[in-house]
Design a protein around this ligand. Structure first.
Ligand SMILES: NC(=O)c1ccc[n+]([C@@H]2O[C@H](COP(=O)([O-])OP(=O)(O)OC[C@H]3O[C@@H](n4cnc5c(N)ncnc54)[C@H](OP(=O)(O)O)[C@@H]3O)[C@@H](O)[C@H]2O)c1
Length: 331
């Protein structure tokens, strides 16, 4: 294996072109060597601008390339599992965008497929986990500075009414819960390291698009520990996570899209006093890319196992079922 993992990118997805590719190009252990799209004009322009050496006009041709070690899959959600499995079958490691698939059955299908290729790494791209602000939050919780953590609340919203956007199309796995609710579910599971026992969801769907534009959920983690979330595709853009304990409260100002060039802040409140904790700027996509590349180079486990992605998918699914049936759902 080369010193740097040679990554190939499926599609000219916006997240790839604007964030993940430039970030991985700054990595110590990652290089982006190829990109594929049937849109010849767009892929040619993108490859030239980003300095990507090789262009493929189909995803399949890129998957077949012997010059690519690993695939970054930022396709719409309905293509996450199918193309991640195709990549594994072609002998490639995969970093796949969130959420891992459309439902738990699909996530399980990927886990079963990945089990056939134990030497290949597969990871869901929850980049937030690699940002030091979340490691700091975990450390604060583990050190008992908040006492016993009893609630974790997350708000995440933006405003998008473009009918062509994948977020507004149910058939490709759009909607607020799938797109951004997945983070709000992931946070308490990450902090507590456990799955909720049961959930209840309230979903509002757009009459025209059929996607959920506002979803609120309660997650019961047992022992009096509660997580709550509100996510929306039709609200003022906002994101914030709060972790509350009997001795303190921690607020994470920009929990998901921490900027790569500006320090971020955590607010630690104890005894009615608020301490600002400044975390220097990091590019979380560079950190994520290097973490999975290092695992590939050293043949160690992917930093986040696929079982975690399945756990997140189960909660998404249970919230949707709960909202449909108007009852609590066990997870
Ligand atoms: N981790 C993060 O921070 C983050 C942020 C944003 C999005 N995401 C995730 O990244 C993925 C892509 O999001 P995005 O906003 O970047 O998407 P996007 O700009 O709409 O790009 C998706 C790309 O997929 C390809 N594609 C193939 N089949 C398609 C179909 N049936 N409909 C639409 N596009 C199709 C197209 O590329 P070609 O024409 O070039 O083949 C398209 O440009 C999603 O899974 C999303 O959840 C993650």
């Amino acid at each position: 294996m080369n010193k740097k993992v040679r990554w190939g990118v499926l599609s000219t997805a916006k997240i790839g072109l604007t964030q993940v590719i430039p970030a991985m190009q700054q990595g110590q252990y990652s290089e982006v060597v190829a990109i594929a799209s049937a849109n010849a004009e767009k892929v040619t322009e993108a490859a030239a601008r980003l300095g990507i050496a090789q262009i493929f006009n189909s995803y399949e041709d890129l998957l077949a390339s012997p010059d690519v070690d690993a695939i970054y899959n930022p396709l719409p959600n309905h293509l996450h599992v199918p193309y991640t499995i195709k990549a594994l079958q072609a002998g490639k490691h995969v970093l796949c965008e969130k959420p891992i698939g459309l439902n738990p059955a699909e996530a399980q299908q990927l886990i079963d497929a990945a089990a056939q290729y134990p030497h290949l790494k597969v990871m869901e791209a929850f980049m937030y986990r690699f940002h030091p602000q979340w490691q700091k939050a975990k450390e604060i919780v583990a050190d008992g500075l908040l006492g016993e953590v009893k609630y974790i609340h997350t708000d995440f919203s933006y405003h998008n009414i473009d009918p062509a956007n994948i977020r507004n199309k149910p058939e490709v796995g759009g909607g607020a819960l799938m797109d951004i609710g997945c983070y709000c579910i992931s946070f308490p599971r990450f902090i507590w390291g456990q799955e909720p026992q049961r959930v209840v969801g309230l979903v509002h769907r757009d009459a025209e698009f059929g996607t959920d534009t506002l979803t609120t959920g309660l997650l019961d983690f047992g022992d009096g520990r509660q997580a709550s979330l509100s996510c929306s595709t039709r609200m003022e853009p906002f994101q914030r996570a709060a972790i509350g304990g009997d001795k303190g409260r921690l607020e994470i100002e920009i929990p998901v899209n921490a900027p790569a060039d500006v320090p971020v802040k955590l607010y630690l409140q104890r005894n009615r006093e608020i301490e600002e904790i400044i975390i220097p700027a990091y590019n979380q996509y560079t950190l994520q890319g290097d973490a999975i590349s290092e695992a590939i180079i050293n043949n160690t486990a992917a930093p986040t196992p696929l079982a975690d992605a399945l756990g997140n998918m189960r909660v998404i699914d249970a919230l949707v079922s709960s909202a449909k049936q108007g009852i609590w759902m066990s997870v």
